[in-house]
Design a protein around this ligand. Sequence first.
Ligand code: GDP
Ligand code: IMO
Ligand code: MG
Length: 422
Amino acid sequence: MVTSILVGMQWGDEGKGKIIDLIAEKYDYIIRFNGGNNAGHTIKVGDKKFGLHLIPSGIFYPEKNKIIGNGVVIDPEVLLKEIKEIEQAGYSLKNLFISDRAHIILPWHKELDGVSVAASIGTTKRGIGPSYSDKCSRNTAIRIVDLFDENKLKEQLEIISKLKEKTIGIYEKSSQFNTKEIFNNLIDFRKKIESKIKNTSYLINEAINSGKNVLLEGAQGSLLDIDHGTFPYVTSSNVISGAACTGAGIPPTKINRIIGITKAYTTRVGTGPFPTELNNKEGELLREKGNEFGTTTGRPRRCGWLDLVVLKYTCMLNGATELVITKIDVLDGFEEIKVCTHYEIDGKQIDRFISSGLEKVTPVYKTFKGWGNLSKEDWEKIKESKKLPKEMNDYLKFIEKETKTKISMLSFGPEREETIIF
Ligand code: GDP
Ligand code: IMO
Ligand code: MG
């Protein structure tokens, strides 16, 4: 019996979707615990490909239970569209359950995202920040469970929409919300998902207590965590493994495996400091070879070398019991591969992640020799023998030594089969 958490160790898009799809076979429940449709988790099996935003990445296993936990913020339109697309592709979602405590993204959240401060962060403009702000401020938020008291909902929508119109006015924009239409859409949404709405913390705890295997699927990456990331250039939820317990309603004592996912290099979408960013041909090559364009917004991802200051920090924050390295194939053909071991700031070398001033650091690199170009057949042979080229082995052993964390899987392509399990 195992309760696992899978989290991103960088700034998101580490390949969480692919790895969840791969390991989902061993789990009975797959649960999203944070974020909303700012996430984009790509899974590819043969010629089938999905970019999932809200539904956990276990869709290719219809018999598995999939849960959207209380820590998630839900855009009703996006959820209905995603359910429809998956069902139309022939995958049953009869085992999808949605927490009655999850918060709802409303039209004003999307309008408020991207104005003022949020604009400089380069958010996904999906209403995530404004929705979590309302959750914390309490009296302007609506949860899934609130959709059942129709009279109260109507009243609430009237009050909140007036407030939001005023708030939007502060930013010299104007909006008039049609509360009747919003109400009707929300009731229609509730009716469509009614059989899936549950008090999911009971469901998950009962599953764990009856010996089921449970996988908690993180969204975003640890450096986008609202407390521990590169604030304010972060997302509005907690992202690290600790958040899995609050976002699903289970106690920390139940967790026994924490899988940290990292790319073999680094990417970031949106603004904010990124010490190892490469604004040169090598960065462009990583973007091109890694097809580094956002799953959610299509924006080009910023690319750079692997940063071990980051990785050591996020291994610590998450308590990663193992590391999965993805996209190692993207480094094929590079003559030299660099990895940042320290930062230099004010003439001093540091190996700790800092809470501000990250834009002022200069990365200090250790250089590794590349392993040349590998063909599909080469990779197949490597997978079968589990014998890596010496240069690749040196690179990965160094990561293990520095992070003091074992690499359990190595991913060399987007497909399920393109993975070596050690
Ligand atoms: P997530 O948000 O962490 O689930 O990651 P995304 O799905 O947003 O981005 C990762 C991208 O890399 C997706 O397009 C995957 O199909 C792709 N991918 C995952 N693993 C590998 C790999 O090992 N090699 C290559 N070339 N692509 C990969
Ligand atoms: P997955 O789950 C990469 C980034 C946005 C922006 C910042 C704040 O696919 O790894 P938000 O809309 O959340 O308020 O935007 O966070 N961001 C992500 N970057 N992958 C993600 O999710 C992200 N979710 C949010 O680009 O810089
Ligand atoms: Mg993504």
